[in-house]
Design a protein around this ligand. Structure first.
Ligand SMILES: [Zn+2]
Length: 259
């Protein structure tokens, strides 16, 4: 699997690449007016954005560039505020897209928007169509990533003492960086599996990846009884829902002394 981490930089947020491209990186001078002119699919879209951003025409004056950046900042801020609500709202992908859209609409209905790092932006000066195109592209990129997310094969980690073994796998979409990471251990002697940690950036909460991860654990190591540790108390509702479909108790204290 491709590593997206670059040396000297802080570790990347899981799966940020595709959204960063659209919401954080400098925009190309012109956004295709219709979806028909835009390359299909997430990879095509990102490749296109990368190529056009690298060739900003010389006549592209500073003011227009700043206004594009401001519009992008508003779409991004609406996204980040929606992400920040996930701890309380737990929105699934469709509800998230709607909430993000509603927040963007509310911004654009104002005369001015006061964004940190930008100051007061007058909405009438902005290219609102660009904002909506950007929202549509980023929103479908997110939906696309969620729909096509898969788990990588489990990789054995440290050299454990028998009878335990530690593993990790990632949730990924195509060649993008991992959306999340799952660490677990098994004890063949006791027939026990222990989920150590599921890590997803807030951008990818409530996307079904937790359920995907737990299903994979049970599929890959059939016959084990699965547990997880007390640090997941805040996610208890999630495990309680999952255990109804599972033979494992999850979240109860595990009986294996070997970990
Ligand atoms: Zn054991």
């Amino acid at each position: 699997m491709r590593q997206t981490s670059k040396t000297g930089k802080p570790p990347p947020r899981y799966g940020a690449d595709m959204l960063v491209r659209l919401l954080w990186d400098p925009l190309p001078a012109s956004w295709p007016a219709t979806a028909r002119k835009r390359p299909a699919g997430l990879r095509g879209l990102i490749g296109w954005a990368r190529a056009t951003a690298a060739s900003v025409p010389q006549g592209d004056d500073v003011e227009r560039r700043v206004l594009r950046g401001a519009m992008q900042a508003i779409v991004r801020d609406a996204f980040q505020q929606t992400v920040a609500e996930q701890d309380s709202e737990h929105r699934g992908p469709d509800a998230f897209a709607e909430a993000w859209k509603a927040r963007l609409a509310a911004f654009l209905a104002q005369e001015t928007v006061d964004l940190s790092g930008w100051g007061v932006i007058t909405v009438a000066e902005l290219d609102v169509d660009l904002g909506w195109s950007l929202y549509a592209a980023a929103s479908s990129a997110r939906a696309d990533a969620i729909a096509r997310a898969v788990a990588t094969p489990s990789q054995r980690r440290a050299a454990d003492d028998d009878p335990t073994a530690s593993y990790a796998f990632s949730i990924v979409t195509d060649e993008e960086g991992p959306l999340g990471r799952v660490r677990y251990a098994t004890c063949e002697h006791c027939g026990v599996g222990l989920l150590r940690k599921i890590s997803f950036s807030p951008e990818w909460h409530c996307c079904g990846f937790g359920t995907l991860a737990l299903r994979e654990l049970e599929l890959r190591h059939p016959g084990l009884t699965w547990y997880t540790t007390g640090q997941y108390e805040h996610a208890r509702g999630f495990y309680d829902r999952f255990r109804h479909r599972s033979n494992s108790p999850w979240i109860e204290k595990h009986p294996c002394p070997h970990f």
